[in-house]
Design a protein around this ligand. Sequence first.
Ligand code: 3PG
Length: 219
Amino acid sequence: MNHPLDQLRQTGIVPVVRIESASDAPALAKALADGGLLAAEITFRTSAAADTIRWMRRTVPEMFVGAGTVLTPEALNEAIDAGAGFGVSPGFRPEIACESVRRGMPFIPGIMTPTEIEAAMAAGFETLKFFPAEAAGGMKMLKALHAPYGNLSFMPTGGVTLANAADYLALHYVSCCGGSFIAPTDAIERGDFALIRQRAREVSDFIGALRSKMSDHKE
Ligand code: 3PG
């Protein structure tokens, strides 16, 4: 069986979404899927997150919809009840990590220091969100952080765009990136789903081209 996070790897750059109203969820799911992206991280930064996950899954059942900015075990459970397929947090909090293991929920905790990496490793996690990627030192920092921990893989998020994603994705220990530029909150609010579809298409074309170019050339 495939690992649940393989769909994030396939997506390459996962849309990170802050959405204010769950009534926009069906159009958002369709726009992303029409653009070729079948995964999304809906951040629990608004009260619309859980219902958005529910509606996106109903609209596009094959979409892998997860919860981002999971800051408490309660939010994690809310996300699971809404049908989230994975969870992501900006930092590492053991209570949330334990709860994700207890509930069997694929979870990607955030790190930006060796101490945080080691805490996440001790809790059994091997895929970690490198956040905030660009502000924390970008590629240079990620290479240095990875060096002592050969078996880990990372999801850089924070300042990732089409201008720097290829560099990250060229590293064999980068599973995928996350970025809010694909489905910006202001585009959702003004109903500009054509823009979101277009950005999703740009990303899926970009990932397709990147894969065919460098399938044998990972660093
Ligand atoms: C996140 O929630 O992971 C980040 O805020 C996304 O960062 P970005 O807006 O720079 O893509």
